[in-house]
Ligand binder design. Structure first.
Ligand SMILES: NC(=O)c1ccc[n+]([C@@H]2O[C@H](COP(=O)([O-])OP(=O)(O)OC[C@H]3O[C@@H](n4cnc5c(N)ncnc54)[C@H](O)[C@@H]3O)[C@@H](O)[C@H]2O)c1
Length: 355
């Protein structure tokens, strides 16, 4: 079977993870790289796929017949424009998180891809981590009993340089801020485990980055539609930065995923496989807690390979955009809650969030 041709749009900081995943994949191949900054595109192609064609115009890359899937890695506020163009050109789309800056845009993208009969997935790759897969399976088997609490604790560090690197990183309308940019993955994990939310209350602060006018810290409580409450503490102000913890507590068992490994995996009714599960993951794996580009490429590769399999077989993706929309809704409701200084019920009016 020949490899599916991928075209990367946006050859910036995180693009090396995608290009590395494509280089390692036996199912996909990087055939084109596009960036308005030609140097960025050339550098990425030279390092990871010297035979890939370099473009500075997305429209030109879309005309390239070898590009069957577009991998969108541009700043957050640009995702919608490019996803819509890719769908119009009948290209399958994988896009970085968050899908967009509004639910309306997200609906438009989902509809456009559906109408064009192309796949549309989002890189919320933490869902793929081995401990997370075990947590999801144990939830489905009801091993935790009645769920009492689910928490996400992200105490990361980003130096001032990170925010000064590119203008969009400190502009809320471009999708900057710890909530939508960094904590998005972990808000997504709570939603992935618990389902949609019915209400959110959030407070945002800037604790340690006077150079920016956006939040570097989030304290939030999510009430899920199933009645469970989840708390999110997220920050890029806490030096030196620690691995994220996803915590799930039930009447019959509890689990804590720390980074990509388990810190706790305990059930009143132990099963023979629990010892092996407890040791799964990799505690030494860097997960961007202090260095934004220190991420494994394996999870991205999983999403890419899954996309190829889904195209070949006609099945749904492992992470379709439609499954991430509820996470965006929670993140947006957090901004609304901080703005109106009150709890926000979901669904809510998202119109004036960024004003
Ligand atoms: N999944 C993850 O773990 C993860 C981690 C970090 C970043 N991200 C996401 O990846 C995306 C990119 O982040 P980044 O840190 O690499 O950003 P970046 O600013 O470093 O890179 C963006 C690139 O897009 C290019 N670009 C901008 N406008 C363009 C246009 N009109 N046409 C073509 N290219 C254009 C820029 O020149 C730049 O090279 C964001 O959506 C971010 O949220 C995801």
């Amino acid at each position: 079977m020949s490899k599916k041709g991928f075209g990367i749009l946006g050859a910036g900081m995180i693009s090396g993870i995608h290009a590395d995943a494509l280089r390692k994949s036996r199912k996909a191949e990087l055939v084109a790289v596009c960036d308005v900054n030609e140097q960025n595109a050339k550098k990425l192609a030279e390092k990871f796929a010297p035979s890939a064609t370099v473009y500075t115009s997305f429209d030109e890359m879309l005309k390239d017949g070898r590009v069957e899937v577009v991998d969108i890695i541009t700043p957050n506020h640009m995702h919608t424009e490019f996803v819509l163009k890719a769908a119009a050109a009948k290209k399958h789309v994988l896009c970085e998180k968050p899908p967009a800056m509004s639910l309306k845009e997200t609906d438009r993208m989902i509809k456009a891809c559906k109408d064009a009969s192309v796949k549309f997935g989002i890189f919320v790759q933490c869902r793929i981590r081995e401990p997370m897969r075990h947590i999801k399976a144990a939830l489905e088997q009801k091993r935790f009993g009645k769920i009492l609490r689910v928490d996400a604790v992200m105490k990361w560090f980003r130096a001032a340089d990170y925010y000064k690197m590119d203008a969009w990183r400190s502009n809320r309308k471009c999708g900057a801020g710890v909530t939508i940019q960094h904590a998005f993955h972990y808000i997504d994990l709570l939603q992935y485990l618990m389902g949609p939310a019915s209400g959110v209350v959030a407070e945002m602060h800037n604790l340690a980055h006077p150079e920016i006018k956006i939040e570097d810290t989030l304290d939030a409580r999510i009430t899920f539609a199933n009645g469970v409450r989840g708390f999110v503490q997220a920050s890029t102000a806490i030096w030196p930065g620690n691995d994220v913890q996803i915590e799930i507590y039930g009447t019959d068992g509890s689990a804590i995923m720390c980074g990509t490994a388990f810190k706790l995996w305990k059930f009143k009714e132990e099963k023979p496989e629990d010892e092996k599960i407890r040791a799964s993951g990799n505690a030494a794996q860097a997960t961007a807690s202090s260095d934004p580009s220190a991420l494994p490429s394996e999870d991205h590769q999983y999403v890419i390979d899954d996309c190829v399999d889904a195209i070949e077989s006609g099945r749904e993706l492992c992470i379709p955009c439609s499954s991430v929309k509820a996470s965006l809704e929670i993140a947006l409701a957090m901004y609304k809650s901080d703005k109106i200084k009150d709890e926000v019920s979901i669904p809510f009016n998202e119109n004036d969030i960024w004003d």
